[in-house]
Design a protein around this ligand. Structure first.
Ligand SMILES: *Cc1c(COP(=O)(O)O)cnc(C)c1O
Length: 356
C-alpha cells in the first residue's frame, strides 16, 4: 500500500467533484500512465483481472462452442473466463522448466474448431511468445495472454503486453501492483479499445444511445487513485522484491531436492512470486513441507494445486489430454512468502526451516 497520507491527500478532490466513477479524471490518468509504464500502445482499465479476461475474449466475437487452447496450471479465472464465454477449453501440458504452456504440444491440439490460444505467463515466467505467434499466424488463431502475474515484466526490451492480440493484467490486492481490485487489457488494435469500452460500460455511447449489449466492468476513481499512488512507488518496490528474490535463489539453489524454475535470458522479472519445486529426493514431501513451515508460522501456498482441469466444476468434462508435467508441477510446487517489507531475518529463517 502507498503511505496513508499520500492516498488520503490524493482522494480529497473527490469530495469536491463528487465524480466517483464513470471514466473520470483519474481513470483517464491511470490509463495514460500505465500505457507508459507498461510500454504498450493501447490499454483499457477494468474492474478486475477476471472481467478483463472475460470481456477481452468476448470482444473477439468467437462462435459459441469453439475451442480455445490453454493450460490448466493457472488460477481458476483463466479457465472460467473461457467457459463463461461458451467456449471449450482444450488443456495443453506445460513445460517442467518454467510452468508455461508447452508450445511443442499446441499444434497437435488444433482442430477446425480452434479459434484462440490463451497462454499464461505463470509467476511472470514468459511463454515462448515467438513460437506461439508463429502457430497462431499459421492457423489464423487469436492469442490472448493471461499476464496477471507479469506486471512490469519485459522480454527482449519490450513490455510483456506487446505480445499476442491482447494481454490481460490483474491489479488485485494480492498482486505485485494493486488498485485494491482492478485489471487492464493491453493491445495495439484501436478498434478493440472501443469494443472493450462498450463491454465495460453497458454499450452506452450517448445520453440516448446504447449500441451494444455490454456489462459493467468499469474501474472507479478510488481504485484508479490507489493505482496512481502505487505507481509512484513501483520502482522501489520491485527493487526491494528483487533483493529478497535473489537472497532466496542464492540460498535455496543448492539444497538437495529443492528445484527452482529456470529464468529465460532477455527477461526482466517482476519478482512477484517465489515458487520452489519439492522434488522426490527432498527429505519430505511437498505437503509435509507445507505443514512443517506452517508450524513455524510460515504460510506458503500450493499455487497451483489442483489443476483447473481437475476442479470439481470441470473434471472429466473436456477433451482428455496427457497433462503429465502440469500434474507433476502441481504436486511439487510451493510458493514462498515474498513482499516488499519481508525483512532479511525472516527470509533467512524461512531458508533455515527449509534446510531442516
Ligand atoms: C489474479 C489472477 C487472475 C484474475 O484476476 P483478478 O483481478 O483477481 O480478477 C487471472 N489469472 C491469473 C493467473 C491470476 O493470478
Amino acid at each position: 500500500m502507498p503511505p496513508y497520507e499520500e492516498y488520503i491527500e490524493a482522494i480529497k478532490p473527490l469530495w469536491e467533484s463528487h465524480w466517483l466513477t464513470n471514466m473520470g479524471e483519474y481513470h483517464k490518468k491511470l490509463e495514460e500512465q500505465l500505457k507508459k509504464y507498461l510500454e504498450v500502445p493501447e490499454l483499457s482499465l477494468m474492474v478486475n483481472g477476471h472481467m478483463a479476461l472475460e470481456l477481452t475474449i468476448q470482444a473477439m466475437g468467437f462462435p459459441k462452442g469453439a475451442e480455445v487452447i490453454t493450460s490448466p496450471f493457472t488460477f481458476i479465472s483463466t479457465t472460467h473466463a473461457i467457459v463463461r464465454n461458451h467456449l471449450k477449453p482444450v488443456f495443453s501440458d506445460v513445460k517442467l522448466e518454467d510452468g508455461t504452456i508447452d508450445e511443442t504440444k499446441i499444434e497437435d491440439l488444433i482442430t477446425e474448431k480452434t479459434v484462440a490460444i490463451i497462454p499464461i505467463h505463470v509467476y511472470g515466467n514468459v511463454c515462448n511468445v515467438e513460437e506461439i505467434q508463429r502457430i497462431a499466424d499459421k492457423y489464423n488463431l487469436k492469442v490472448i495472454y493471461d499476464a496477471a502475474h507479469a506486471f512490469g515484466v519485459s522480454y527482449k526490451g519490450n513490455g510483456i503486453g506487446n505480445y499476442g492480440d491482447a494481454s490481460v493484467f490483474s491489479f488485485h490486492a494480492t498482486k505485485v501492483f494493486n488498485t485494491i481490485e482492478g485489471g487492464a487489457v493491453a493491445f495495439s488494435d484501436k478498434k478493440l479499445y472501443e469494443r472493450l469500452y462498450n463491454l465495460k460500460n453497458f454499450g452506452i455511447r450517448g445520453e440516448e444511445l446504447v449500441t451494444e449489449v455490454g456489462a459493467n466492468a468499469k474501474m472507479n476513481e478510488f481504485c484508479a487513485i490507489m493505482g496512481l499512488c502505487n505507481l509512484n512507488h513501483i520502482k522501489e518496490n520491485l527493487n526491494k522484491r528483487k533483493h529478497i528474490y535473489e537472497y532466496y535463489r542464492n540460498n535455496l539453489k543448492d539444497i538437495q531436492g529443492v528445484r527452482l524454475f529456470e529464468n529465460k535470458t532477455d527477461v526482466i522479472l517482476n519478482y512477484a512470486y517465489f515458487p520452489v519445486l519439492v522434488e522426490d529426493n527432498y527429505i519430505m514431501s511437498r505437503d509435509e513441507l507445507y505443514v512443517h513451515l506452517k508450524h513455524s508460522n510460515i504460510y506458503t501456498r500450493k499455487y497451483f494445486y489442483p489443476l483447473t482441469s481437475d476442479q470439481a466444476c470441470f473434471k472429466n468434462k473436456y477433451k482428455k489430454v496427457d497433462l503429465e508435467n502440469a500434474r507433476e508441477l502441481s504436486r511439487k510446487v510451493l510458493v514462498l512468502p515474498i513482499y516488499e517489507d519481508l525483512d532479511r531475518k525472516d527470509a533467512c529463517n524461512i531458508v533455515e526451516v527449509i534446510k531442516y
